[in-house]
Ligand binder design. Sequence first.
Ligand code: SF4
Length: 176
Amino acid sequence: MRKLLFQGLFRSPFTEAAPSPDDVAVSELATAVGRAARRRLGRSLSIREVDAGSCNGCELEIHALGNAYYDLERFGLRFVASPRHADVLMVTGPVTKNMREALERTYQATPDPKWVVAVGDCAKDGGCFSGSYAVLGGVGDVVPVDLHIPGCPPTPIAMLKGLLALLERVDSAAEV
Ligand code: SF4
């Protein structure tokens, strides 16, 4: 036992080294998303996350957007607790049969204009869970999807790029 304790004290940790910071890319992207949101909505963007049955890998990356490194709130993007306060629903996972009604009700509770972003490979068509007796399919099988961000899971940078692409598309459609 004593030997184990000493080993624990002096052995180097098993954790992987953090990726090298790319502050410029993060802040440029997040600033662009914040600016596009203000142009389109006249205020900051509010996001409600919905887990429709994911393995939580996608949630971990979405949560990273709010951590001290990405710190999205400094650019005016925020996650909200209620769909009634949201502009965007970020939906992860395959939609399970048990979550279908919750997803539909969340969609109905979100005021217009609203956009649905399907996050991750499972959100597209069920991914590695498709065919399961518990899974209905992708997010698009239950509610209309405006944008899909691929990846298993997608990185926070990929999510920022997706949000920017969505807002720019909405912006240019409004100008036509
Ligand atoms: S896309 Fe990958 S990380 Fe996301 S819910 Fe599916 S299996 Fe999990």
